[in-house]
Design a protein around this ligand. Structure first.
Ligand code: SF4
Ligand code: SF4
Length: 316
């Protein structure tokens, strides 16, 4: 079935253009507090979240999301995180029907469900040896590859790598190990964000060094094209001279909502109340900042108009 140009392209873009990011237009939910892994750099279990060991029941989540949707006219996207969201696969599937755009962030260790309408971010934090060491799970890297190759043909799969001092040396080798060998659409690289309570966190890459890695990222995008999925303009916003204007007014913190496994709103973002915004390496606020730029919105409308004229959408 063809998409509607008006409902799914023009109206949302006009809303972004005139009002900016609609409140709760984009939310994230910790659908479970459980995870089958214990990674060394996990914000969920390290940022004082050990006490959140309970979670809403299926029916309570359903009611929670219905209420949220009623309060926000433009509630169009939901990111399912955790813990490991695929531990509650059936529930996630039920809840995806409330949103136009659904994203599941998974560690890739559980069989991927064949959901072609859902976007998946699979975390892979380094080449085989590095990844399995960080995740405390020997053999996991190959298991993830196999999972994607066997179960995720024709699906929207992106690999997400959180850069730390432990994996920053193997970026290109990692990209080459997935390019053309698996049905993945590409890589998103972002940086590890520490907690405000730990100023000696060994995983953190300081700003000056991030700048060099961003240079590398821009070069990799020239070499591998859209397989490095984040545009250079977004990475530029993460540079030491630019990041402050983004994190000071973080759009996610002001306009989106992150909910813990009990359905309570988190104070800042998905990373929780103790995330150190000054060292924020999460790609989301930078991407939103870029995405809400008016010039970008106009260019997106022009692109979808062209597609309408080619007959790929219906108007209404
Ligand atoms: S897979 Fe994700 S939620 Fe689970 S321990 Fe690792 S980083 Fe934390
Ligand atoms: S850590 Fe990043 S995403 Fe979270 S509130 Fe701070 S700036 Fe925003």
């Amino acid at each position: 079935m063809k998409e509607s140009f008006l409902k799914t392209h023009l109206l949302p873009q006009m809303a972004f253009f005139t009002m900016g990011m609609p409140r709760n237009g984009s939310i994230s939910v910790d659908i479970t507090s459980r995870c089958n892994l214990r990674c060394k750099h996990c914000y969920y279990f390290n940022f004082n979240n050990e006490e959140v060991t309970t979670e809403l029941s299926d029916i309570e989540w359903q009611e929670k999301l219905i209420k949220l949707k009623k309060r926000s006219l433009f509630s169009h996207s939901c990111t399912f995180v955790g813990g490991e969201p695929l531990i509650r696969k059936e529930l996630v599937r039920k809840l995806t029907r409330y949103f136009r755009y659904n994203l599941v962030v998974t560690n890739g260790s559980i069989t991927l469900p064949y959901w072609k309408d859902v976007f998946f971010h699979v975390s892979v934090d380094g080449t085989e040896e590095v990844h399995d060491e960080i995740r405390n799970q020997k053999g996991l890297y190959q298991k993830i590859k196999q999972n994607i190759c066997e179960n995720a043909r024709d699906m929207h799969i992106t690999i997400v790598t959180c850069l730390t001092n432990e994996n920053k040396h193997c970026i290109e080798e990692l990209v080459r190990d997935w390019l053309d060998k698996t049905p993945t659409q590409g890589f998103i690289f972002d940086f590890y964000t520490p907690s405000i309570n730990d100023d000696k966190d060994r995983f953190v890459i300081p700003h000056a060094e991030r700048d060099k890695i961003i240079d590398q990222m821009v070069e990799l995008r020239k070499k591998y094209g859209n397989f490095i999925t984040i545009p250079a303009d977004v990475y530029d916003l993460m540079r030491s001279g630019n990041y402050k204007k983004v994190v000071k007014n973080c759009i996610f913190r002001r306009r989106c909502g992150a909910f813990d496994s009990m359905g309570n709103k988190k104070p800042k973002c998905v990373l929780g109340g103790s995330a150190n915004c000054d060292l924020c390496g999460c790609i989301v606020p930078y991407y939103l900042h870029f995405r809400l730029n008016k010039k970008f919105i106009v260019s997106e409308v022009k692109k979808s108009l062209k597609t309408l004229l080619q007959g790929k959408y219906i108007y209404l």
